[in-house]
Design a protein around this ligand. Structure first.
Ligand code: CA
Length: 225
């Protein structure tokens, strides 16, 4: 059984989340304090996913997320109550995989959890490594470029992995969003541009000669592997 960690101080919300996820066969560890959650995660690397409230009694979700990202790449979903919180999650690229607005349907949360866990599971198609300057290791969720592992955020990894699945194919921003974020409309298209920009910077650090990610004006992005 896969364990999920829920960090949420409101017991009514926690109850519905736990109920929804346990009905889907997950085991839920629930804590009300952010730092308590960090401790548990450090002690138990098998936790498959974290659901994190933004407003917590001892800290806030952003700080807790940063603390978690220092040692763990575990998938993370934010529970948010306000729009300005969403802007921070998206804008700061603090390493969240998704967010869900309060009030939310527990069912929807369960669906998102399953989608993220499925997306992170190994077994995606690999590309022809004999010709490519990229190498994907889906087990480690790592991509190398000219044999050098890239230090990617989760979204950068997912975008690059998507582009590399079909080199030369042009993906529009909505297509990238749909594939990477799964649910269209939950995020902003310009966020794709931001991630692409930082991906390019990271690729350029390894190879200044080439810029494999192409922009197709009005259409989207493609990669030459
Ligand atoms: Ca709260």
């Amino acid at each position: 059984m896969r364990s999920l960690l829920l960090i949420e101080d409101e017991s009514a919300i926690a109850d519905t989340v736990i109920y929804a996820l346990e009905s889907e066969g997950f085991q839920v560890i629930w804590v009300t304090l952010g730092l308590e959650g960090v401790d548990i995660l450090q002690a138990d690397p098998d936790i498959a996913l974290v659901i994190l409230d933004v407003g917590l009694p001892d800290s806030n979700g952003f700080e807790i997320c940063k603390a978690i990202r220092k040692f763990s790449d575990v998938p993370l979903i934010f529970l948010t109550a306000r729009n300005d919180e969403i802007d921070r999650i998206v804008g700061l690229e603090i390493g969240a995989d998704d967010y869900i607005n309060k009030p939310f349907s527990p069912r929807e949360l369960a669906v998102r959890v399953k989608v993220i866990l499925k997306r992170m599971s190994p077994g995606s198609k690999s590309l022809d490594t004999t010709k490519s300057s990229f190498e994907i290791n889906t087990q480690l969720a790592e991509i190398s470029y000219f044999k050098k592992p890239l230090n990617l955020t989760r979204y950068e990894y997912l975008i690059l992995q998507l582009l590399l699945k079909q080199p030369k194919r042009v993906f529009s921003r909505p297509q990238i969003m749909e594939q990477v974020w799964e649910m269209t409309g939950t995020s902003l298209e310009r966020v794709v541009d931001t991630h692409i920009k930082s991906l390019r910077t990271k690729l350029r650090e390894i190879n200044t000669e080439d810029s494999p990610i192409k922009t197709h004006r009005g259409l989207g992005y493609s990669i030459s592997s």
